[in-house]
Design a protein around this ligand. Structure first.
Ligand SMILES: NC(=O)c1ccc[n+]([C@@H]2O[C@H](COP(=O)([O-])OP(=O)(O)OC[C@H]3O[C@@H](n4cnc5c(N)ncnc54)[C@H](OP(=O)(O)O)[C@@H]3O)[C@@H](O)[C@H]2O)c1
Length: 290
């Protein structure tokens, strides 16, 4: 048990629901490992209480908050300043209380990219990237990939083409990268995926309780030399990842993103190096993955 005192800095996560979050355990364990005098708690905040909750953060001098669904977009209006990345993505997952001025950032981008680089044991992403999905999480992942110098082309495939098209147009303009949108139908997947170095699932297809499905119905498009990643965390190994692994691709599940976004938030709050690998170990143990 940690020694708390009058100087203990208070952090937490707001969401609705929030009971499922591993962040309180992960962050408090990491703070202890760093010898940092802080505590991190879950706060169940209903959408209609969001403004009051953010006002309370100031009033109670809470040092920092993570923000999860459904507040990542709506919280922006209550903050004093946000990062360029949070502005482009349109979502904040980390709030810093800087002597009463609230600053919002998005560490999901760092978490995702760092996860692929570390698990792939590489310093660079492949030049061609294909992303399934155009929802909230997709925006951060696509932005993160587009901001990497080595990435030349990004294909976004989504059930609702118009949503993918909006992101492709907007992010091409902002980043100057070649980003194209396609419907996620079987023939397009067969055309695009085999020539792609990094294939990413950001859809909810394959998430529990529907773990028997995959966004890629024909697994023969996967092969050795590809990195195939999924940001779903339940199940830890989706059908999509199992199919890719069977065909020799290097696979990355959703746990590194979860651990490394948290590590980045902790570094921003404390100004210290967060124990990234330790945090990933904690997350893996929690999800029963050694
Ligand atoms: N590992 C992490 O740290 C982390 C972080 C954030 C999110 N996530 C996970 O990422 C996933 C996506 O989250 P999100 O917030 O981006 O969700 P979202 O905004 O609701 O987006 C869902 C996406 O999935 C697509 N989709 C859903 N059902 C589909 C179906 N039956 N057929 C085809 N496409 C379908 C949607 O397509 P349409 O546009 O056509 O509706 C959309 O592109 C969730 O599993 C979430 O838990 C993980």
């Amino acid at each position: 048990m940690k020694d708390f005192n009058g100087s203990t800095a208070v952090y937490g996560i707001i969401g609705d629901p929030v009971e499922h979050s591993i962040s309180p355990f992960m962050q408090t364990s990491a703070m202890e490992k760093m010898g940092f005098n802080g505590v991190y708690l879950p706060f169940h905040v209903l959408p209609e209480h969001l403004e009051k909750a953010i006002g309370g953060m100031k009033a109670l001098n809470i040092s920092g908050l993570n923000v999860t669904s459904p507040h990542k977009q709506n919280v922006i209006r209550y903050l004093d300043r946000i990062s360029d990345a949070a502005e482009v993505i349109g979502a904040v997952n980390t709030i810093v209380n800087d002597s009463g001025a609230l600053y919002g950032d998005n560490t999901d981008v760092y978490g995702y990219i760092q996860g692929v680089l570390k698990m792939g044991k590489t310093d660079v992403l492949p030049e061609i990237v294909c992303i399934f999905g155009a929802g909230g999480a997709a925006r951060g992942v696509i932005y993160g990939c587009a901001m990497r110098e080595e990435v030349r082309k990004i294909f976004i495939m989504n059930r609702t083409l118009s949503k993918a098209q909006i992101i492709a147009d907007e992010f091409s303009r902002i980043t100057g990268k070649h980003i194209m949108a396609f419907p996620s139908d079987d023939s397009k997947i067969r055309d695009i995926v085999p020539a792609t170095g990094l294939v990413i699932n950001t859809t909810t297809i394959g998430q529990l309780p529907d773990a028997g499905v995959s966004p890629v119905p024909d697994p023969s498009v996967f092969h050795k030399g590809q990195i195939v990643s999924d940001i779903i965390t339940a199940p830890v190994k989706t059908k999509y990842l199992r199919d890719a692994e069977e065909r020799g691709a290097l696979t990355v599940n959703g746990l590194p993103m979860l651990a490394y976004q948290g590590a980045r938030s902790l570094s921003i709050w404390t100004g210290m190096d967060a124990p990234e690998d330790y945090m990933l170990t904690i997350v893996r143990k929690h999800f029963d993955e050694s």
